[in-house]
Design a protein around this ligand. Sequence first.
Ligand SMILES: *Cc1c(COP(=O)(O)O)cnc(C)c1O
Length: 403
Amino acid sequence: MCIPFFDSWLHNQNVQADLRSAIQSVIDSGQYILGPAVERFEKHFAAYLGVQHCIGVNSGTSALHLALLAGGVGLGDEVITTPLTWISTAAAISLVGARPVFADIDPVSYTMDVEKVERAITRRTKALLPVHLYGQPADLDGCQRLAEQHGLLLIEDAAQAHGAWYGNRRAGTIGQMGCFSFYPSKNLGALGEGGAVVTDNDSLARRLRRLRNHGQDTHHVHLEPGFNARMEALQGAVLSAKLPYLEGWNTKRAVLAALYHELLVNTLGLTLPAKPLSDRSHVWHLFVIQVIKRDELQSALANHGVETRVHYPTPLHLQPAFSSLGYKEGDFPIAEGVTQHCLSLPLYPELTEADIRCIVSSLTNTLPTTTTVTAVQGSGMASAGCKRPFAHGEVGLSTRVTT
Ligand SMILES: *Cc1c(COP(=O)(O)O)cnc(C)c1O
């Protein structure tokens, strides 16, 4: 058995007719940057999320960077975020001249612990930047309460949570701005790089459109120094073609996650991700378990042909990029513990229930040795080589839902 962690080829193969006509329409349009294809996607994604404005940009990292700039975050400001996230979240804070201030996570949800956020607030705090890690919305009520009490901006990093619900609103639409990534392996992925900022605020939207396009509102009038952070027409067209499938893909992810839970609930030696609280939904961007001997389990699974990943091996306060902030090991023990024991199992809509059963049996066969003895396992992938479990041309897994 050979199961890759994610299979971009298969994922896009299943919607290739839609992708081909989307790409053809861009070729025929002659407009390759911004333009009608990007405007169409912005309109569709805003309608899907139930928000006024969507500003398409060239990556999730740009989305975060421009959102902080548009929010007026800059030199001398502090922005509170989580140490357990992808580098972009905190790098964007540094890139606008502000200081990332970390608050440890809640051990059950892995998202920012609002009590610890509260303790980290100072006179310099300008914004809160919660991350909806692994696909589950952070405690936005708690963040919103603190933001109102202290006059702070609330920006959501929703790069892993396309379509997740928080109460009766979608993740990304609760703070003043929400930031999305369309990196190919995200729940909604482009054929390359892409990102977006969403907001209900007209003047923030105007500023974001200006910042992504060299500070221009009108051609050749540069109101401020801006960036080239424009979304390409090709990605806009591809994302519009894939958006109708997102709900079905998220449902399939939830079904497979539930199967993992059902099959692994009584397995000793591992901690499963908690099911989401009743007021929010989890879109299972990642299915992350925790085990004592993580590295041994990872190589043993590789020997069985199951590819896994670690999200993330180092908490951001211990990254060299942030050494000047003066944090040290032990500052955020819960996040540090997760980085030592977390392991992301394959979970994406193209996997079958049989694949999940295979992964689970590899895992349960392996677990006794990896948790009780310091087994030395071979490293790397199975000696047989990890090849695609699917044949070229196999299609039909995806169901289109018109929204
Ligand atoms: C993917 C991701 C980003 C960055 O998005 P890119 O499109 O890769 O720049 C930011 N934050 C989180 C939490 C992410 O998972």
